[in-house]
Design a protein. Structure first.
Length: 103
């Protein structure tokens, strides 16, 4: 079993959230998703100085697919010009940093 497959999505969420906050982002994540709309992205982050909002869907491995409701949100967000990303444990941390520092 590869190392990325032993890590959980919750651990990835903690890492991404911590990194984003260190870079000046306000980060929101729904903790009890059973009371929320299905498919909404895992991370909703706002950076006032950069005037950006980023949505990110987190998955444990590259093989993990988006569910139908997640696909609907992805398509809708991209259709209105929102910034949407999919990250998993194989995504290099440098790529995530580059995205969060983009502007």
């Amino acid at each position: 079993m590869k190392a990325q497959e032993t890590r959980t999505e919750a651990e990835l969420l903690r890492q991404v959230t911590q990194l984003a906050r260190q870079l000046g982002w306000i980060v929101y994540h729904t903790h009890r998703s059973q009371f929320s709309a299905a498919g909404f992205p895992d991370v909703h982050a706002i950076h006032v100085g950069q005037r950006r909002i980023v949505y990110a869907e987190l998955k444990r491995t590259p093989k993990d697919r988006l569910g139908p409701d997640q696909e609907v949100y992805r398509a809708a967000l991209l259709a209105v010009g929102a910034e949407w990303h999919r990250w998993d444990w194989s995504t290099p941390i440098e790529d995530i940093v580059r995205i969060l520092r983009a502007r």
